[in-house]
Design a protein around this ligand. Structure first.
Ligand SMILES: [Zn+2]
Length: 293
């Protein structure tokens, strides 16, 4: 079933408060080591300007990209004369594409984007619901079943988070700890992969020690995901040691759906999504954050 638009763009008040307070607890517990985008989405206060412009001109950013042959940022044609194997997909700035690139240099356009094909995954979730877009939900269910068959106990923590929710999370941190600290552990609204409906955080709820922490990567579940997630179209979006490219520290719990072919190719080549799609690194935001309150 599909979420009604009204549900997709905002959780009912009580649910929102419950989830927000649950996440605040997570933030406090996890402190800076886990966070990345998990704690927050990443909104932008100035939805109108710089961000949307940048979203349309991803190739103009000045970082270096690794794939010299990729050329243009919009997916499309491969160069038949190039002997290097072409990526099976290109970055998209269309928020409805499973290949949408979202990072600190590429916000969603529009900033308050909300997918229209969200549905709850039919798999265990920590907060009683974990909405993903249809294709991602189906893929996650297959992943969860395969993990369970291998004896892995995996829980979805949060999946889709809307702009307002992400804004509340981010600004809570922003007001408490300042912009710099907030940006390290939380994504601004409009800049979070969770707002695409294509990302899900997973955890082993039996092991609170490594809940949304890098040590999850050493757990049985973390290892299983690193080995098998791509078979279901997911990648570990923020790999270890790639903070200067992805903008976030190692998050072995954060899965991003990109489709099976792309996921396998990304993993085979051992690249970040930015490198794979020949996009500039996105270590930081271009603009200062202006809180809504
Ligand atoms: Zn996440």
């Amino acid at each position: 079933m599909v979420y009604e638009p009204t549900v997709a763009t905002g959780y009912p008040g009580v649910m929102r408060i419950l989830r927000l307070s649950a996440w605040m607890s997570v933030l406090l517990l996890a402190s800076s080591c886990s966070g990345g985008e998990d704690t927050g989405g990443d909104p932008t206060t100035e939805p109108a300007e710089g961000s949307s412009k940048e979203a349309e001109e991803p190739s103009e950013a000045d970082g270096e990209a690794e794939e010299p042959d990729a050329g243009d940022s919009e997916l499309e044609d491969a160069d038949p004369e190039d002997s290097d194997p072409e990526p099976v997909s290109r970055a998209s700035m269309d928020p409805n594409s499973v290949h949408v690139l979202v990072n600190k240099q590429n916000p969603l356009d529009p900033l308050d984007y909300s997918p229209d094909d969200l549905r709850d995954v039919e798999a265990p979730s920590e907060f009683g619901e974990a909405p993903l877009r249809e294709d991602a939900a189906e893929a996650y269910e297959a992943l969860h079943s395969a993990a369970a068959a291998d004896g892995m106990d995996l829980w979805a923590t949060t999946a889709y988070r809307d702009y307002d929710f992400q804004q509340a999370l981010y600004e809570q941190r922003f007001h408490e700890d300042g912009a710099e600290a907030a940006d390290r552990v939380s994504a601004r609204p409009g800049f979070s992969e969770h707002q695409t409906g294509l990302a899900v955080d997973v955890a082993d709820l039996e092991d609170r020690q490594c809940y949304l922490r890098s040590c999850f990567g050493d757990s049985e579940q973390g290892q299983w995901l690193a080995e098998h997630a791509d078979e279901f179209g997911f990648i570990i979006r923020y790999p270890e040691g790639a903070e200067e490219i992805t903008g976030f520290q190692y998050e072995p719990w954060h899965l991003r759906y990109v489709g099976e072919e792309t996921a396998r190719d990304v993993v085979d080549r051992g690249l970040t999504l930015e490198e794979y799609w020949d996009q500039p690194p996105a270590p930081d935001y271009d603009q200062e954050y202006e809180p809504s309150s």
